[in-house]
Design a protein around this ligand. Structure first.
Ligand SMILES: C[S@@+](CC[C@H](N)C(=O)[O-])C[C@H]1O[C@@H](n2cnc3c(N)ncnc32)[C@H](O)[C@@H]1O
Length: 219
């Protein structure tokens, strides 16, 4: 094996270790620690190595429904890739929420958000009622990450007529309770589905993980 091949293998195993650390997190504290450690390398890993396209695609999906004047909460903003995608589309009123201080600090450096919340998505969040025109969450509803019990809180924080857009892997949707939680909110008259996309190709390079984008309108 030559030097270049050895470096590539060690890059890949480092990246796999970072993915394992976040997917296998057992608590919000573990998850925050893993993302704090990843923050400096996250953009390079996700964009250049994994070709992560969900921020742009989910932002474009939301922009079909929400005007660029909308106030948008980026829930699980990470390093701000979604905020950058929304800003490129003309959105100017963006707030960032994440449980990792280092991810939030990196997002702050992007200069696209006006407010920052270090908060864990969950069943009882300190977010105002009927406040945001839209919420977007990309790569946040998955194994070891935010659970479906935060959906009702995001609905509560979104004004009537506003939109909630998120990416989700269909296996996570079916197996980790998102389908049931989404359907329960429809049945309760809290939101209506406006779009469920076809499969989008997910991470490439180390693994392939297709996802879909869902957009709901809050009633
Ligand atoms: C895969 S990253 C996605 C970041 C960004 N949305 C993107 O698409 O690049 C997941 C982010 O969600 C945050 N996160 C995961 N679970 C969370 C929770 N329960 N509450 C708040 N943030 C959470 C993590 O800290 C991390 O920054």
């Amino acid at each position: 094996m030559n030097e270049g091949e050895t470096r590539l293998m060690s890059d890949e195993s480092e990246l796999q270790a970072r993915l394992d650390a976040v997917y296998m997190a057992k608590s919000n504290e573990d998850l925050a620690t893993a993302y704090d450690a990843w923050a400096a390398n996250y953009d390079q890993d996700l964009v250049q190595k994994l070709h992560w396209n969900a921020p742009e695609r989910t932002a474009a999906c939301l922009a079909k429904y929400a005007p660029v004047t909308a106030s948008v909460l980026d829930a699980g903003c990470g390093t701000g890739l979604v905020g950058e995608a929304l800003a490129a589309l003309g959105f100017r009123s963006l707030e960032a929420l994440d449980l990792s201080a280092q991810m939030l600090a990196t997002a702050r450096g992007k200069g696209v958000y006006g407010a920052f919340h270090q908060v864990a998505l969950g069943p009882a969040m300190e977010l105002p009622d009927d406040h945001f025109d839209a919420v977007i969450a990309v790569g946040v509803f998955t194994e070891g990450h935010a659970k479906p019990d935060c959906l009702a809180e995001l609905v509560r924080a979104t004004r009537s007529g506003g939109f909630i857009a998120f990416s989700l892997r269909p296996d996570v949707w079916a197996d980790l309770g998102f389908r049931d939680a989404q359907d329960a909110l429809v049945a309760a008259g809290k939101w209506v589905l406006v779009e469920e996309t076809d499969f989008q190709e997910g991470f490439s390079a180390v693994q392939t993980r297709p996802y879909k984008i869902w957009v709901y309108r809050v009633v």
